[in-house]
Design a protein around this ligand. Sequence first.
Ligand code: NAD
Length: 275
Amino acid sequence: CSLAQCTITDDDVFRGVKGLSILDRMRLDEKVAYVTGGGQGIGRAFAHALGEAGAKVAVVDLDQARAEAVAQELFIKGISAISISADISKPADVQRMIDTIVSKWGAIHIACNNAGINLNSASEETTLEEWDQTFDVNLRGTFICCQAAGRVMLRQGYGKIINTASMASLIVPHPQKQLSYNTSKAGVVKLTQTLGTEWIDRGVRVNCISPGIVDTPLIHSEDLKPLLRRWLSDIPAGRLAQVTDLQAAVVYLASDASDYMTGHNLVIEGGQSLW
Ligand code: NAD
């Protein structure tokens, strides 16, 4: 091209927003994060991903030993990490978690509300105890965490909340007998949408990730084993998701590169919900 046509522009696309490349815009240096259910499975992978991107990470789990082990893994990689044992369905535990993080690091920028449980039974046999237990953790617990972290973030005028929902919030995967799980996760999506729109003008983004079927201990229960073969034939990608398939999404949603997204349900399921 001639020199006249090749004028160097001054725009953000050319120079990068604030002079940063797109990969640098996804760095999380100086950010403080927590991940509930961080002791294994998806939460462990999220904790590693956020730490690798530069964040300090509080690994939170009902199971103290698991949380400690993952915090130790991060520490070995040179990531600042602490472990906190807490039950997200208990408001006092969640407040202690928030207070511990704020007193240690002075802020909370990234809240990964990931802990969840899955109890299976045919709908006609589902007891109210099972229903309540599922909702206490998956929906009520996620709300308790969103509210407690959200209060800190609204004071800061900055925050990224990422809830873990599920593909089961959208479709009913082949017979899994998990009425309470599916409905609780649909609630997580609506919680995310509502908070995401309510808080965006005060600097807080709330999004969720909906994984398909992920190869973690959660799906290897005796109840679910017979269904694994059936599920595989339902996934256009031809395989279960690995926890590593979800890591880039959590970093993106935790970073300022996703600032224009809120209330979004990011579905990562190898095409299963479209089949
Ligand atoms: P997992 O069972 O492997 O790990 C969950 C972790 O959360 C465990 O370490 C457990 O101790 C912890 N936990 C459970 N209840 C808790 C509580 N009340 N307070 C604090 N911690 C608690 O599960 P996973 O497969 O890693 O799932 C993580 C999230 O992803 C869950 O919300 C789950 O519903 C969701 N999800 C999983 C799949 C899948 O196929 N594995 C698919 C879609 C969504």
